[in-house]
Design a protein around this ligand. Structure first.
Ligand SMILES: *[C@@H]1O[C@H](CO)[C@@H](O)[C@H](O)[C@H]1NC(C)=O
Ligand SMILES: *[C@@H]1O[C@H](CO)[C@@H](O)[C@H](O)[C@H]1NC(C)=O
Ligand SMILES: *[C@@H]1O[C@H](CO)[C@@H](O)[C@H](O)[C@H]1NC(C)=O
Ligand SMILES: *[C@@H]1O[C@H](CO)[C@@H](O)[C@H](O)[C@H]1NC(C)=O
Ligand SMILES: *[C@@H]1O[C@H](CO)[C@@H](O)[C@H](O)[C@H]1NC(C)=O
Ligand SMILES: *[C@@H]1O[C@H](CO)[C@@H](O)[C@H](O)[C@H]1NC(C)=O
Ligand SMILES: *[C@@H]1O[C@H](CO)[C@@H](O)[C@H](O)[C@H]1NC(C)=O
Ligand SMILES: *[C@@H]1O[C@H](CO)[C@@H](O)[C@H](O)[C@H]1NC(C)=O
Ligand SMILES: *[C@@H]1O[C@H](CO)[C@@H](O)[C@H](O)[C@H]1NC(C)=O
Ligand SMILES: *[C@@H]1O[C@H](CO)[C@@H](O)[C@H](O)[C@H]1NC(C)=O
Ligand SMILES: *[C@@H]1O[C@H](CO)[C@@H](O)[C@H](O)[C@H]1NC(C)=O
Ligand SMILES: *[C@@H]1O[C@H](CO)[C@@H](O)[C@H](O)[C@H]1NC(C)=O
Length: 528
């Protein structure tokens, strides 16, 4: 006890403030006690971040501690960001009544979030990326000056307290990546200055409350990966400041988007409604939201023509329209239009109802294009060799169409390809030896075509390959010894061909292999 008092005295004398008025001393004693109690609850400190929290250092100089100038010895900020700390957050922090900022983000704090209801000066509470459990204490609503409340990436449960709507000074409310249940409280609509509301990756249900339409300064609304259902309230389309609307993976929709969406949300830059139940036409007015760079409407029930008008969006970088009911009466038209989008990086039109040829203007798409998916449609005819101009491509899907002709003229030119899916067409001719140049390939499927000839020996150059499927073709000859150099192979399917000879002894080096299918060929000899 005596030692402790001596320690305390030392600390008090050493915090170095000029005026040791009785009142300040008493209050700063409370702050010191709070900090020491907080330290006691830290169970692991692998980087020794808390080593400065000792008697020979004034506590206002401890790592992460900031004190007031006007009120010496009163703690105003605690920032222990990303220090690998474990333990619980002691409720004694609730006594640091001068605290304005508490930032423990990216640590391993567990246990319950303590009631911090006396922290009337608190403006920033950032506890994201920890392992906090249990519910949000309602008392938090008494921290009425809060501007930033970030509890994302924890293991919090229960409902979002309706009282959070009392935190009317919030500009940022982030509760994403937890296990919150129940509905979105309509009271959040009272936080009229809110800029960021993120509720994604929880188990929220019910509909989006129309009260959110009052958040006229909202820049970002992210609610993806929940169980939100029903229609989008009309009030949402009053949020003219909105830049990010990210509602993927819910059960929203069974309705069309308002035809004037681009006029009423002119600042939209990121629109993602994938995996919901929206239907109808993709509104032309979207082109009036001229800053749009990402549109993701994957897996809904949109119909009509491929929206070539979206090419008027000069910043368009990512357009994902897979899994809808889109058609195209004129492939030349939409390809020609998207050739204007020089920033286009990803175009996904897979799983729609697009028929007809692939025009050679496909080669005029941006060389920035990295991802092109035209799989599972009704394309016919020969793939124009101009596709080989798309040097930027890292992923190409043409699978499950009715394409014919050879791949020889273009495939070897796409040297940046990592994923190449050409299966389930009717490609003919041989597999060109130029595939040996595609040294970045990770996954390669030519299954279910009518390819013949031999497997090129330089297939062994593709050292990154982890999946290779040449099944259901008419390949003949033997398997090149080099295939044994593909040490990353996990899946190899050469079944249903006319291959013969021995299974190369080099196969014993394919140590990562989990799935090997060589059935329905003419192999002979021993299995290595
Ligand atoms: C500081 O201490 C004084 C006297 O003990 C007390 O009246 C006052 O409420 C305290 N202030 C705070 C903010 O705790
Ligand atoms: C915090 O304050 C409460 C009462 O205001 C007191 O009971 C408690 O002991 C204090 N805790 C610490 C660690 O200072
Ligand atoms: C206290 O912390 C300071 C600064 O980190 C360090 O130099 C000193 O060795 C520590 N003293 C004790 C007794 O741990
Ligand atoms: C946290 O620190 C580690 C190194 O200690 C670093 O690798 C990591 O990027 C940091 N995380 C953040 C979010 O800054
Ligand atoms: C928390 O601290 C980190 C590191 O200083 C900072 O990057 C982050 O923005 C802070 N959080 C808030 C909400 O200010
Ligand atoms: C919040 O503040 C109100 C009034 O200031 C008070 O009545 C209430 O008890 C406080 N709630 C908590 C949980 O501290
Ligand atoms: C909100 O912030 C303003 C300006 O910083 C301040 O005057 C007001 O008191 C705050 N509101 C609350 C409820 O603390
Ligand atoms: C906040 O919003 C709710 C529901 O929208 C409303 O009933 C309540 O009166 C509002 N509270 C305050 C304090 O404005
Ligand atoms: C959505 O609800 C269904 C059925 O109640 C449930 O199985 C599923 O886990 C929920 N999904 C999420 C993300 O909460
Ligand atoms: C949208 O805001 C306007 C005025 O800003 C208002 O007249 C209208 O009622 C609002 N509409 C909805 C659906 O909230
Ligand atoms: C491409 O852009 C140019 C200049 O902005 C424009 O004149 C032309 O009509 C556009 N072409 C298509 C097909 O949209
Ligand atoms: C594939 O093309 C070949 C040669 O043109 C033809 O004989 C065969 O019937 C076609 N197969 C399919 C499934 O369309």
């Amino acid at each position: 006890m005596a030692a402790f008092l001596a320690f305390l005295l030392l600390l008090l004398l050493s915090y170095g403030a000029g005026s040791i008025r009785c009142e300040a001393t008493l209050n700063s004693t409370a702050d010191l006690l709070s900090l020491m109690d907080f330290k006691k609850h830290i169970t692991e400190d692998p980087t020794q971040a808390m080593s400065s929290w000792n008697a020979s250092v004034p506590f206002c100089q401890w790592t992460g501690v900031s004190c007031s100038r006007r009120h010496p010895g009163r703690v105003t900020a605690l920032n222990l960001f990303n220090l690998s700390l474990s333990g619980t957050i002691s409720s004694s922090l609730g006594n640091l009544t001068f605290l304005k900022e508490l930032n423990f983000s990216s640590n391993h704090f567990s246990g319950k979030l303590p009631p911090l209801n006396h922290l009337h000066r608190l403006k920033v509470l950032d506890l994201r990326h920890n392992s906090l459990r249990d519910t949000i204490p309602e008392g938090l609503a008494n921290c009425s000056r809060l501007r930033v409340l970030d509890l994302s990436s924890n293991s919090l449960v229960g409902e979002i307290p309706t009282k959070l709507g009392l935190l009317t000074n919030l500009s940022s409310l982030c509760l994403s990546i937890n296990s919150f249940t129940g509905t979105i409280p309509p009271t959040l609509g009272n936080i009229t200055g809110l800029n960021y509301l993120s509720l994604q990756i929880n188990h929220l249900e019910g509909s989006i409350p129309r009260e959110l339409g009052k958040l006229s300064d909202l820049l970002s609304l992210t609610i993806f990966m929940n169980n939100i259902s029903g229609r989008l309230p009309n009030e949402l389309f009053n949020l003219s400041s909105l830049q990010t609307l990210w509602l993927t993976d819910n059960m929203l929709g069974k309705e069309a988007l308002p035809p004037n969406i681009g006029d009423v949300l002119p600042n939209l830059q990121f629109l993602s409604l994938a995996r919901n139940m929206f239907e109808g036409h993709i509104p032309t007015s979207l082109i009036n939201a001229s800053g749009l760079w990402l549109i993701d409407l994957t897996n809904n029930n949109f119909y009509g023509q491929v929206p070539s008008y979206l090419s008027e969006l000069a910043n368009l970088s990512d357009l994902y329209l897979a899994g809808n009911h889109l058609e195209a009466s004129d492939n030349e038209k939409w390809l020609h239009a998207f050739a204007n989008c020089t920033l286009l990086q990803a175009l996904n039109l897979a799983r729609n109802q697009i028929k007809g040829d692939i025009p050679s203007s496909i080669g005029n798409l941006s060389t920035n294009l990295q991802y092109l998916n035209l799989g599972v449609n009704h394309f016919v005819g020969v793939v124009p060799p101009s596709i080989g101009n798309l040097h930027g491509l890292t992923s190409l899907w043409l699978s499950k169409n009715n394409l014919i002709g050879t791949i020889e003229e273009w495939v070897g030119k796409l040297r940046n390809l990592e994923l190449l899916y050409l299966q389930e067409n009717n490609f003919t001719g041989s597999i060109p030896s130029s595939i040996g140049d595609l040294t970045n390939l990770i996954q390669f499927s030519l299954g279910k075509n009518s390819l013949d000839g031999q497997i090129p020996a330089n297939l062994g150059n593709l050292r990154q390959l982890d999946r290779l499927n040449f099944s259901y073709n008419n390949l003949h000859g033997s398997i090149p010894y080099n295939v044994g150099k593909l040490r990353n192979l996990v899946q190899l399917d050469l079944s249903h061909n006319n291959l013969d000879g021995n299974i190369p002894s080099s196969f014993i080096k394919l140590q990562k292999l989990k799935h090997l299918d060589l059935s329905d060929n003419n192999f002979q000899g021993i299995i290595p």
